[in-house]
Design a protein around this ligand. Structure first.
Ligand SMILES: Nc1ncnc2c1ncn2[C@@H]1O[C@H](COP(=O)(O)OP(=O)(O)O)[C@@H](O)[C@H]1O
Ligand SMILES: [Mg+2]
Length: 367
């Protein structure tokens, strides 16, 4: 298995389209890394450069200590699984899985052993004689993964492999791929636009936007400490709420003033934020980091705000309240049994220890 390193990697397509810009990334042996970001941000291009399916414009890629810039895909010893499975329709499952090994002139007995081992791992032993059209989407995806497993590659690359499956099957295959990672102890690089997939599967997550890596971190570190407003808004559902306003000094310390409400920053932020006094900032707080004031014993008045309820969306265990301050719409995620009605003016207490501030111009988290 293998470590994968990207060093100052660029991909510039003809017509001067910069799909990937100065990517630097070190993926450890046996690590499960997820590349996530909106459509068009350069995820597939990055993966395809690692696989060798796309030329690198600038920079270097190393697999297992070897620079592979000029190594053809078949000699990179990695296997890629795509969204559209790409199974041969006229071949049985067995033959689909055996095909790559046959091309590489593996002995028949070795091929048979590997195909049967992979079928065991994936629980598709009884499907080996079927054709792809006789399989469900989930089964086809397993065969596509099986075809990668039999190669015993140094690294597995997945490009949105679950996008064609229905929601339930996606969740099931997500767990299966995570288990497969544990079982094979393989390096895996997984591309998705779905932040839930990224959060649940990755040892580390690479968030991309417009061809640029925004942040590389463990899932909860990304969630708790987003490096910028883009990452803050992309990871988490419903997303983080943002309020435009100003930081102001007061007798009571630094406040964030949105116009309709003012909240005092947490003690831990007071000193660090002093240089930003008087400046415009974007204030961020996640929907779960606020509660109705009347559910709290002694709410700190300097952490309270008022807003009007516009929509109530009961989810069962929790309820999403769509609120408006008069200046800003936002969402609160509160206990499912909280009573709230549309049109009601509500006081909320913010957990200021969990609040964020972002630079208005750059979007970078401050301090
Ligand atoms: N063969 C190509 N020629 C020109 N531009 C391309 C080509 N492939 C992708 N792009 C562009 O590169 C950018 C990144 O694409 P891609 O890596 O496929 O994004 P993602 O997988 O994150 O959706 C997009 O702007 C896309 O239009
Ligand atoms: Mg893609």
């Amino acid at each position: 298995m293998a470590k994968v390193i990207l060093e100052n990697v660029y991909k510039i397509y003809p017509g001067n389209v910069t799909a990937v810009q100065d990517a630097n990334l070190e993926i450890d042996d046996q690590e499960f890394v997820v590349l996530v970001g909106p459509s068009g941000c350069g995820k597939s291009t990055t993966l395809r450069m690692i696989a060798g399916l796309e030329e690198i414009t600038k920079g270097s890629i190393y697999i297992d200590g070897r620079k592979v810039n000029d190594v053809p895909p078949k000699n990179r010893d990695i296997a890629m699984v795509f969204q559209n499975y790409a199974l041969y329709p006229h071949m049985t499952v067995y033959k689909n899985m055996a095909f790559g090994l046959k091309l590489r002139k593996f002995p028949k007995a070795e091929i048979d052993q590997r195909v049967r081992d992979a079928a065991d791992i994936l629980g598709i032993q009884e499907l080996l004689e079927r054709k792809p059209k006789e399989l469900s989407g989930g089964q086809r995806q397993r065969v596509a993964v099986g075809r990668a497993i039999v190669r015993k590659p140094k690294a597995f690359l997945f490009d949105e492999p679950l996008s064609n499956l229905d929601a339930k099957m996606r969740v099931q295959m997500r767990t299966e791929i995570s288990k497969l990672h544990t079982r094979l102890s393989a390096t895996m690089i997984y591309v998705t636009h779905d932040q839930v997939e990224a959060m649940t599967m990755g040892d580390r997550i690479v968030v991309m936007k417009d061809g640029v890596i925004q942040q590389v971190d463990a899932p909860l570190d990304l969630y708790d400490h987003p490096a910028n407003q883009f990452v803050a808004g992309f990871i988490g559902s419903p997303p983080m709420n943002f309020f435009a306003g100003t930081l102001e000094s007061s007798a009571n310390g630094l406040l964030f003033n949105e116009g309709t409400f003012q909240v005092r920053l947490d003690d831990s932020a007071q000193t660090k934020m002093t240089p930003y006094a008087g400046k415009s900032v974007v204030f961020g707080i996640r929907p779960e980091d606020m509660v109705e004031a009347n559910t709290v014993a002694q709410p700190d008045p300097s952490h309270c705000m008022k807003a009007t309820v516009e929509v109530v969306e009961p989810m069962g265990a929790e309820v999403f309240l769509y609120l408006n301050t008069g200046n800003t719409s936002f969402i609160a995620r509160v206990d499912g049994h909280d009573k709230a009605s549309v049109g009601e003016e509500m006081t909320l207490v913010l957990n200021m220890k969990k609040s964020h501030c972002f630079d208005v111009e750059t979007g970078a988290a401050i301090p």
